[in-house]
Design a protein. Structure first.
Length: 270
């Protein structure tokens, strides 16, 4: 698969923009080895899926329960980090077992290792941010130094969450259908414990079910549309071995010169 090789930033980031969290977050959490989108419609579906997933991760009930609970938000961030740390490798492992029946998965190791590094980096950044936020309250005069760092980290994590929510730790470099699958599994795993325990967070039964199940159902529907689009338009199916996907040549721009004979087509996802 393309995107498994190459530097992390592609040499596009200099020291200048690093003080701006959005530039640093894009360089770190949307590295150059992640393959570009192959379909504008799929990209739009990703953004809609990401918005619904954000609702699931933060928990809308914290806003309607009687005010936004900051401590609960920090707890949710740590819980989401633990969920991501375990469910992402587990889900990918299940798919590797499925693909192994259709061919070798050894060639996927570079892409898998890159995705694992991105996952660990994101989870580590979240834990660091939460610890610093909890420490800042009793930092005294040190808050003058700690404050700007914490504010930068908040912007860095928020922007990073947007990127990893869309690319889901670069797993599209392994298989294009992995990001919507992982988004679906994660949102359901976050929602089901509250549903099974009956913890509606002070909401009525109707509102509780709406806010607990609304986001995962929405994410699931959008993810299915995303995978259906990949199947119908590009022949990419979740159960198909990644190496069996046909290389996709981007459409040639108008007035582009013909490709010289014998020149190989661009790699899949480049």
């Amino acid at each position: 698969m393309a995107g498994s090789q190459g530097s992390w930033t592609g040499g596009a980031l200099t020291a200048g923009p690093l003080w701006k969290p959005k530039y640093a977050a894009r360089a770190v959490f949307h590295p150059a080895w992640i393959p570009e989108s192959i379909d504008p419609a799929v990209e739009r579906l990703k953004k809609i899926r990401l918005i619904a997933g954000t609702v699931a991760a933060i928990g809308v009930y914290t806003f309607v329960e009687g005010g936004f609970a900051f401590d609960e938000m920090l707890e949710n961030m740590l819980t989401a980090s633990v969920v991501l740390l375990f469910i992402t490798p587990l889900t990918v492992g299940v798919m590797l077992f499925v693909w192994r029946r259709r061919g070798s998965v050894g060639g996927l190791r570079p892409s898998l290792f890159n995705s694992l590094k991105l996952l660990l980096l994101f989870v580590g950044t979240i834990v660091l941010t939460v610890v610093l936020l909890q420490t800042a309250g009793g930092a005294g005069l040190f808050i003058l130094v700690l404050g700007p760092v914490v504010l930068w980290l908040i912007g860095f994590v928020a922007r990073g969450a947007w990127h990893v929510g869309a690319n889901f730790f670069g797993t599209a470099g392994v298989h294009r259908c992995l990001p919507p699958l992982l988004a679906t599994v994660t949102t359901w795993l976050m929602a089901l414990p509250d549903l099974f325990t009956g913890d509606l967070h002070g909401l009525s039964l109707g509102l509780g079910i709406l806010f607990i199940l609304g986001a995962p159902l929405t994410v699931t529907g959008i993810s299915l549309l995303e995978m259906r689009r990949l199947d119908q338009r590009h022949g990419i199916r979740l159960a198909s071995h990644p190496t069996t996907q046909l290389p996709l040549t981007p459409p040639m721009p108008p007035n582009a010169p013909p490709m010289p004979p014998g020149r190989p087509a661009p790699p899949y996802g480049s």
